[in-house]
Design a protein around this ligand. Structure first.
Ligand code: FES
Length: 139
């Protein structure tokens, strides 16, 4: 069952604290990062869905982030996995710019994350577990 709890907006910082094509990691549980790309701000889960690595250190370009560890790529707007070895999407979160400040709202549902690996289903939640994904997915 999915049960959402409406969360308040969290102030991330000033817009000039997040330079173009960079990110600011927030110490939430799980961690999220706020990215700036093409003048827009995006908030996604910080941990790559391939393995446990921070995307805040990734290469940001044209609304996407590339994981520095194995070069999986994710769309910052939708969270979709755009390049293997990751195939599960990132959770996305609302972002708001108010004056010179950036805010995010992080809401989580009880079953909004898919466990397992999803080869062939890039960017969707239609996951399935396979031998290659064993040990890489969420428990
Ligand atoms: S940990 Fe990100 S691609 Fe492997």
């Amino acid at each position: 069952m999915s049960e959402y709890t409406r969360k308040p907006w969290i102030r991330v910082g000033r817009i000039d604290e997040i330079p173009e094509d960079q990110a600011l990691r927030l110490d939430t549980t799980p961690p999220v990062s706020v990215f700036r790309s093409d003048g827009e701000f995006f908030c996604v889960d910080d941990t790559c869905t391939h393995e446990d690595f921070s995307l805040a250190d990734g290469w940001v370009e044209d609304g996407a982030v590339e994981c520095p560890l194995h070069l999986a790529k994710f769309c910052l707007r939708t969270g979709a996995a755009l390049a293997t070895p990751a195939c599960r999407p990132l959770a996305t979160h609302e972002v708001r710019v108010d004056g010179a400040d950036v805010y995010v709202r992080i809401e989580r549902g009880g079953d909004d994350r898919v466990d397992g690996h999803c080869p062939g289903a890039i960017g969707s939640n239609a996951g399935r577990r396979d031998a290659e994904g064993a040990g890489h997915g969420m428990a």
